[in-house]
Design a protein around this ligand. Sequence first.
Ligand code: HEM
Length: 353
Amino acid sequence: MAVDVGAVPARKAKNFPLYQTLTRLARDPLREIQRISGAAGGQVARLDLGASRPFLVTDPEHVQQVLRGESGNFVRDGTFWRPLHSLFGDGIMSEYDEWERAKRILQPVFSTKTIRSLSAHMARAINEAVGKLDEPARAGRPIEVMPEMGRIVNDTVIKVLFGDKIRQAEADRMIPAMERLATSIAFRFLMPFVPKSIPLPGDHAFAEGLQIMDETLYELVDRFRHDAGEGYDIFTALCKARMTEDSGLDDGWIRDNLLAMWATSTETTTVALTWIWPLLAERPDVAERLGDEVRAVVGPGEDVRPEHLHELPYVKQVVQELLRMYPVGWIFPRIALKETSIGGVRVKAGRRC
Ligand code: HEM
């Protein structure tokens, strides 16, 4: 959406100083953000964090403007992304030329043709991983949902990321390390203005997790240095791109993109799949209708294939409602490259939202 700075009368964003919000922000950040948004009447608000004074944008139309309409002007950069740089590096989760290049190389992996080839491997991995729940189900033994969903997601994502190029011992080393990274970064992400020299909870676990990931990924990259082999997986695509003459890409670039793809795909899907269980337990009618639709379209004992997805409208509705009620991502920091306005509030170049 194009925004004419002069068209809307300037409005001043309501200010929320850190001393009033810090305790609540540290205890329950999402609830505090909701409270601030409500206190600002849903309009753009300003968080006064001392060193940094980002705008808080929560109105759906304003969010659309930042993340879609003016996505070229609101980039992932600045203080809030700094803690994530050691994880994601300069690949698909960065910006500018690095992002363009990673996108160009990774896009073919998500083409219909490749997804079709990958889907059989994914279905097999999912069936095997879900099959491990048969035994507790038969015995009527409760399970811990989140780790089980994480296990199913990781076993599947590994196939998409590495195809058959990864050894089981490597996967077994990296899966728990990745989980440690995802949980231990929380404090740094929520308090990015705290300098690295001041220790925060999670720092040690993060450093350990990162070391395991780096060692294992670099070993893997080295093993396929001269021959990337065949495969539709992301690792093969990245290795082939690096081997292209004059690519200028190095091992670190492959590592950055693997970590970025792994982190973005597993946390999101695991959290979404975890929240669905309490919801289905509350609504057995929904659970029954979901099961009926899947059985009718996919058929008993058959693998789900990409062409089934268009015939599963109820599954889609349930997933959309799940993500609406329990959004797996709820903080998307951006920085404005040029001056603009959101909901009548002037946002100068370099300001954060
Ligand atoms: C419930 C599932 C998911 C949700 C709700 C979700 C949501 C999102 C959102 C909101 C962003 C934008 C973040 C930002 O720019 O600040 C994003 C980025 C991204 N996601 Fe997902 N995601 C999900 C699953 C996945 C999966 C399964 C993959 C990989 C196969 C994936 C790969 C990515 C990548 C690579 C990016 C960066 C894209 C770019 O900037 O070009 N996501 N996701």
